[in-house]
Design a protein around this ligand. Sequence first.
Ligand code: ZN
Length: 353
Amino acid sequence: MHPPILGELKAGTTQRHLIKLPGAALANDEPRPVISVAGAKPGPVLFVNGGVHGGEYPAVEAVIRLGKTLDPKKISGTVILMPVLNLPAFRTRTPFVCPIDNVNPNRVFPGDPHGSYSEQMTHACINEFVVHADAYVDLHGGDIPEALVPFVICRAGNGEVAKKSKAIAMAFGLRYVLTLSKPVKPDKGQSSYAGAADKGIPAILAEAGGVGQMQDEAIELLVDGVVNVMGHLGMIDDANFEFQISKSETNSKSKANKRARSAVATTKTSEADTAASTLLTKFEWLYTKSTGVWYPKVAPGDSVREGEQIGTVGDLFGDTLEEIVSPVNGIVLFLTINPSVLEKGLLMGIGAE
Ligand SMILES: [Zn+2]
């Protein structure tokens, strides 16, 4: 039941596709690269994409690496990989939005076939790929002006899809897992994972890396996370495959590549390596009231207390316009690192229990 838009897939092979997505607004797009890794044995279909935000490069590179390293002979089921969904943003180094309609695609899932460019694009993503999968992993990171500590988001709740999504989020293996019951920033639609969950597909959004760079550590976390999810879904034969990368591993690059290449690692994980993720259920986003210069006093991963002053916004004379205070006890998950901020500009996101 793989996506019909890919045509016939041959078991035990990796195929490269150039896909024209449906939608009148997308008619003149360059075709999007998609890689299918069709396992030798039957099993679940996992859809993974990067580049919903075109400036989140480690996510894009993680998908490319998976396509180069996953061995279809050792996989049960099929992995479908799309390195960049929001290709116009990637080509133009545009953060947050798609430059064609200035819409943030991650606010308009599951999209609209008659909407703007981004709405047609997310509609095609959901209907041509996500609904034909058994699980969906959307890879992100901090965008060009953002730094973050790696985390996974999924839908909260007691329904079957929410439970499966949470299990996938935990299996991914990042330090923080956020389960959310409503959009952080409601818009015409919602985020990818929520749009997919509404269609009955278990889904997560994983974030690592940022600031417009290609950090190797972030790429490895995302590659290993997807391999961990494949293990969780029963797509990798060996029950003893290494389930989580050790964060202190200095030579993790070659190891991660080797593991993904073989799709089965031989070392069993020690108890110490599988420190459970910290579960968070609230996501507070902080904005500046004023246009000015942003001076954060915290870094991604820092703990903050309710009422603590965590930064200031000043004017170009050097006077303080605003003190930014944490509304909760929590962890700084992402942070705007560029000093220039506009009125109502996003400063940071704090995850809380
Ligand atoms: Zn993103």
